[in-house]
Design a protein around this ligand. Sequence first.
Ligand code: XLS
Ligand code: NI
Ligand code: NI
Length: 447
Amino acid sequence: MADGTTQTAVTQFFPGIGPIPYEGPESDNPLAFRHYDKDRVVLGKTMEEHLRPAICFWHTFCWDGFDIFGSGTFPRAWHEGDTPAAAAAKRRAAAFEFFTKMGTPYYCFHDVDVCEASPTPDELSANLAIAVDDLERHQERTGQKLLWGTANLFSHPRYAAGGLTNPDPDVTACALRQVRDCMNATQRLGGENYVLWGGREGYDTLLNTDLKRELDQFGRFLAMIVEHKHKIGFGGTILIEPKPHEPMYHQYDFDTATVYGFLKTYGLENEVQVNIEPNHATLAGHSFAHEVATANAFGIMGSIDINCGNYQNGWDTDQFNVDTRDITLAMYELIKGGGFKTGGFNFDAKVRRQSSDLEDLFYGHVGGLDALAKALLAVEALFAHDRIATNKAERYSGWTGDLGQFLLDETTSLDAAADRVMSDGINGQHSSGRQEYLENIVARSLD
Ligand code: XLS
Ligand code: NI
Ligand code: NI
């Protein structure tokens, strides 16, 4: 075998697969898109511009299939290497091969995903710097872009009681150094957002937790992070990713509404937005669409980690979301709110532990991206005669009329409002909410 061939064989982590083509709805090729046609224009933008799809490092390239009952099930060439640093380099190369074959434009990472295990803060800073040089070369070579970076403040044992909300300032200082390094890395790689997921920012028991102090710490350090963003001229958006629990019994960033209240309290509501994840929404007792609508209502809709849970249990199972109806309900809210600006759909999703073939990684992402594309097409169909909007306008039309305007007027008192009932002979009547009619419209958009 000639040297060049050997080289090619060694650097191919997904031999015989890809690039994934668009073949249209009639295709039965499991390694082709049926709906995601990236350059197709929908509602004035291409599918790729609307969806801004990203693939994450952690589930797809770092996880080996271990769970709390058993060890890894995925034989991956990039998990092996002569040294931990060599394995990390292979992981990065494999990831960019996969991104390229998928034909998606963006990726996301935690600092610890892209380099070897780094027990001390000094080691992590040094190893991340080497990894970032390599990521930059891969980006230049492939044209891939960074949707967001984030510091992992939950895996290292020192973070058992949190990073920014830790009772011990030594630990928080380590967390701040990690955030500083990862923000700088994200900026250098042209990242469009910086994410904070507070996996261990919360508590297991109030018996050992000063809740108010921890919230104040969180506010103080988030302000410090925002200040750093401006200091280094990072043009991206800082995002908090809400989740109610897991790993902690109670997490401070419970849901979008809680995050907004927190941001308001600490004066950061114009600086920070949310990264919504459907599985986290359901853990909080919400629908995916509710979280998007709430973020739009408060003006903090940033990005989405697309996935879903298992309807039968209460865990963050991070499955590929192929429920096109559920996604359509959220996509309708997202596009109504103007769609993504710096955000995108990041596949924070993993194949099941039994799905151990390399093809399974493609099946997961192809199906997930097709589901997003199908939902986008459904929204286009809904917008053609926007009966959802027409129905809402009619349902709330009283508020633009005389009585509605009177009640909303800041000078109207409670007495004056109550007196109108008698003076106008009002006897409020219920009108149909037409839920089934509207649900059928959504179902038809998916035909
Ligand atoms: C875990 C979170 C995590 C964040 C990034 O539940 O979804 O993966 O997206 O730290
Ligand atoms: Ni996530
Ligand atoms: Ni999650």
